[in-house]
Design a protein. Structure first.
Length: 327
């Protein structure tokens, strides 16, 4: 009996050591993030060690936005922080992904910026607008035109990389641009008198920002992603709490080389979404107050503008269960 008990103890110890070794040999989960307030917010958890506290072995990799999508498509990262529109673009291109978390929606940071003298969207009739065709602010532009009673054919679209829109507007090549922050702000700085004539605050829910995960990684590490969503909720509460907001803004601004005062303005144009609000947005509905309705709208935009040919199966891109499981 003594030998058997000793053998059992040894086997348990060996199994434990093997498990530790396996974890040590396993690379951390890698998540791509880039320069957008709802994603820079993760820097708070990174700097404060909240990921480790939650028992997570994860590494956040900093990218230019489009480069993060390229890295995801190449299998270099397990998950990426993108818009729901671009989650569809990645998936249609063969990089399947599943939205498990809604971080925020744009509430003013995406905008149509016009040169001096242009007062409204109606004033753009017959004029040139610089926009990166097929990306999210093209969608915003079409919504803005529609609200003004205009069609895309009523203006001339000039395809411009988003990070080049400030120079293009300042040079006089176009009369307005569609861009997100910080590019929109740089455009107004480069051309004194340039100003927003429409922002995403006038189209809430048109642009959701999300964490989209490789399906295989999600299947293998579901418990980790569940914990990660809990960390996100902690981040949102830390930013929104008046007692800790200054520290949060200090961390976020330092990550992108801005002053806290400059970053506070960018944060104001981003509607951060905690777990309780996200549960409501994960309901199935055809309107922009649902991630399903918003993503369906984005899919129609992508097909209509030949971003990809075939409509996507929206349900396959969205997994509300991890958010629903949060306490």
């Amino acid at each position: 009996m003594m030998r058997r008990a000793t053998l059992i103890v040894l086997l348990v110890l060996m199994a434990g050591q093997a498990a530790v070794a396996a974890r040590a040999a396993s690379p951390p989960l890698r998540i791509g993030y880039s320069d957008w307030p709802g994603w820079v917010a993760w820097q708070i958890a990174i700097d404060k060690g909240w990921l480790t506290q939650a028992g997570l072995d994860m590494k956040f990799d900093w990218f230019d936005y489009s480069a993060s999508m390229d890295a995801y498509a190449a299998g270099q990262i397990d998950a990426d922080l993108v818009t729901n529109t671009d989650a569809l673009v990645m998936g249609a291109g063969g990089a399947r992904n599943v939205i498990v978390l809604i971080t925020d929606y744009s509430s003013g940071n995406d905008m149509i910026v016009a040169r001096p003298g242009i007062k409204s969207m109606r004033d753009l009739l017959g004029r040139k607008i610089g926009v990166e065709v097929g990306l999210v602010d093209h969608l915003l532009l079409l919504d803005a035109l529609g609200q003004a009673g205009l069609k895309a054919s009523d203006v001339t679209l000039v395809n411009v990389k988003t990070n080049e829109t400030p120079q293009v507007l300042a040079s006089g090549q176009v009369d307005a641009i569609a861009a997100w922050q910080p590019n929109a702000g740089l455009a107004m700085k480069a051309l004194p008198g340039a100003h927003p004539i429409f922002t995403s605050a006038e189209a809430p829910g048109l642009i959701y920002d999300v964490l989209s995960v490789n399906p295989a990684s999600l299947a293998s590490h579901r418990a980790d992603y569940l914990k990660l969503i809990g960390v996100w909720d902690r981040i949102v509460r830390y930013i929104n709490d008046p007692k800790t907001q200054a520290d949060a803004v200090q961390i976020m601004s330092a990550r992108v080389g801005l002053t806290p005062a400059q970053y506070q303005r960018l944060l104001a144009g981003t509607h951060l979404i905690g777990v309780e609000d996200a549960k409501k947005l994960f309901r199935k509905a055809p309107d922009l107050g649902s991630i399903y309705g918003s993503t369906q709208n984005a899919d129609a935009f992508n097909v209509r503008n030949a971003v990809y040919k075939q409509p996507q199966k929206i349900d396959s891109y969205i997994d509300p269960s991890l958010t629903a499981a949060q306490p």
